[in-house]
Design a protein around this ligand. Structure first.
Ligand code: NDP
Ligand code: MG
Length: 386
C-alpha cells in the first residue's frame, strides 16, 4: 500500500520540497492546504489529485471553487482556519505534514493529533506557543510527533539507539549564525529587509529567513527541542556551525558526541519524517567530502542578538512566556518586512514582551490565543517609543 500524506502549507518552501519528496517516493496525497496561493495550489491539485483541499483566505477560496468548476479533477474545497483543521483531521491518511508558517498552524497540529494522526512537524511555532497542549494531545491520542526542522531531525536521528537515548546528557543545537554573524549592534542597526532575506546556506520562506538573521529561529528551536526531547533548557547548548553541514549533535553520559551531517537540503529531514524508521534513497545529493572545506564552530552572541536571549528568558519563565515571545516576533517580523521598524527593533520588542509579565503556569488553548493577541497588541503599543 502506498503511503498517504496530508500536507498543510503545501505552497511554501517546505511544502513544495515535501511534494518533491512525495513525488520521488510515489506517495499519495490525501489532502492539501495553504494560505492564499491558488495558482500553485491548482497546479498541485492537477498533479497530486488530493481528495480535499483548503485555503485560509476566503476570497482565494471562492476563486479556487470557481476555477475548479468544469475541470477534469476537482477535490472537495474547504475554507478558512476551520477548513484547514478539517483537512488535518481527515481519515484515511498515514501522516500529516504541517508546514504552515506561524501560530496559524497550531489549530491544525492539534486537530491532526486529536484524530490520532502522526504529525511531521515543520511548524515549530505550534510547539513554541502551545507546547504543553501539543504534547498532551499527542499522548492522549497515541500519536507521534516527527521533527522536520533539520536540527531536530538530526537530534532525533542521533537518538535512534534507544538504549543510549536513556543516557542523553546534552543536546548540541547547531546554528548557521545567519547572514549577520559576527556583526555588532552599530552594523545591525542599518540592516534592511533585503539584507536580512539573504541567507548564506538555506533558501526558506521570508519569516523564517528573518528569524535566522535575528537568531529568533534558534531561540524558537531551543524551545522546540525542550518540548520534543524533554531536556531542561540548560542542557541544550547552541553551537554556531557556519557551514550548516553538522545539523546538530547529542552528547551522552560517557561524553561521547554523536552528530548528523549532510548537505543543507531540507528534503533529507522531510523525507526522514515521512519514512521513519526506514531510510530510503531520495532526491537530495550526497555530501562530497572531497570538496568540503573546514568546519568551524563558534559561540552565539546573545548580547547582540536579543531575540535569542529573550527566548531563553521565556523558556525559563515557562507558562505562556514562549507564546508571548512568538506572537511579538511574528508581529515584529511582519512590520520589519513592511519596512515599518528597524532590524534591532525586533529583538527589543520580543525581549520587552517577555519582561512585561510572569506569564503563569498551566494554560488552555483559549489562553494561548489570548496571549498571542496580547503580545501583538503590546508590539503596536510600543511603536511610538522605538
Ligand atoms: P513559507 O512562507 O514558504 O510557506 C508558508 C506556508 O504556509 C505556505 O503554504 C502558506 O500559504 C501557508 N500559510 C500561510 N498562512 C497560512 C494560514 N493562515 N493558514 C494556512 N496556511 C497558511 O514558509 P516555510 O515553508 O519557510 O516555513 C514553514 C514552516 O516550516 C515554518 O514554521 C518554519 O519555521 C518551518 N521551517 C522551515 C524551514 C525552511 O527551510 N523553509 C526549515 C525548518 C523549519 P500561501 O503561500 O498560499 O499563502
Ligand atoms: Mg532549523
Amino acid at each position: 500500500m502506498k503511503k498517504r500524506i496530508t500536507l498543510l502549507g503545501s505552497t511554501g518552501s517546505i511544502g513544495t520540497q515535501s511534494l518533491e519528496v512525495i513525488r520521488a517516493q510515489g506517495y499519495e496525497v490525501a489532502g492539501l492546504a495553504a494560505g492564499s496561493n491558488l495558482e500553485l495550489l491548482l497546479a498541485q491539485i492537477a498533479e497530486f489529485r488530493p481528495q480535499t483541499v483548503a485555503l485560509a483566505d476566503e476570497a482565494a477560496c471562492r476563486e479556487l471553487r470557481s476555477r475548479l468548476s468544469g475541470v477534469q479533477y476537482a477535490p472537495c474545497v474547504l475554507q478558512g482556519e476551520r477548513g484547514i483543521e478539517d483537512v488535518a483531521r481527515m481519515p484515511d491518511t498515514d501522516i500529516v505534514l504541517n508546514a504552515v508558517v506561524g501560530i496559524a498552524g497550531l489549530g491544525a497540529t492539534l486537530a491532526a493529533l486529536g484524530a490520532g494522526h502522526d504529525v511531521a512537524l515543520a511548524n515549530k511555532e505550534s510547539l513554541v506557543a502551545g507546547g504543553q497542549l501539543v504534547l498532551d494531545a499527542a499522548r492522549k491520542h497515541g500519536a507521534r510527533l516527527l521533527p522536520v526542522d533539520s536540527e531536530h531531525s538530526a537530534i532525533f536521528q542521533c537518538l535512534q539507539d534507544t538504549a543510549s537515548a536513556k543516557r542523553l546528557e546534552k543536546i548540541l543545537l547547531t546554528a548557521s549564525g545567519g547572514p549577520f554573524f559576527g556583526m555588532g549592534r552599530e552594523q545591525l542597526a542599518g540592516k534592511t529587509r533585503a539584507d536580512a532575506l539573504r541567507h548564506p546556506n538555506w533558501s526558506m520562506g521570508a519569516k523564517i529567513t528573518v528569524d535566522s538573521a535575528t537568531l529568533m529561529n534558534k531561540g524558537l528551536e531551543l524551545i522546540e527541542a525542550v518540548w520534543l526531547f524533554g531536556l531542561p533548557p540548560g542542557q541544550v547548548q547552541i553551537v554556531v556551525q557556519r557551514q550548516s553541514i553538522i545539523h546538530s549533535m547529542v552528547q551522552y553520559a560517557d561524553h561521547s558526541v554523536i552528530a548528523q551531517l549532510g548537505v543543507p537540503d531540507m528534503r533529507i529531514p522531510i523525507q526522514y519524517a515521512l519514512t521513519w524508521p526506514d531510510r530510503v534513497p531520495g532526491p537530495a545529493p550526497e555530501l562530497d567530502f572531497t570538496c568540503l572545506g573546514p568546519l568551524t564552530f563558534d559561540v552565539a552572541d546573545e548580547e547582540t542578538f536579543r531575540c535569542l536571549a529573550a527566548c531563553k528568558k521565556a523558556i525559563a519563565k515557562g507558562g505562556l512566556a514562549p507564546c508571548a515571545a512568538n506572537g511579538a516576533n511574528e508581529e515584529a517580523v511582519a512590520l520589519f518586512l513592511r519596512d515599518e521598524i528597524g532590524f534591532l527593533d525586533i529583538g527589543r520588542l520580543v525581549e520587552a514582551v517577555v519582561d512585561s509579565d510572569s506569564f503563569g503556569g498551566a494554560y488552555t488553548l483559549e489562553d494561548v490565543y489570548e496571549c498571542d493577541r496580547m503580545a501583538r497588541a503590546f508590539v503596536h503599543g510600543q511603536l511610538q517609543s522605538l
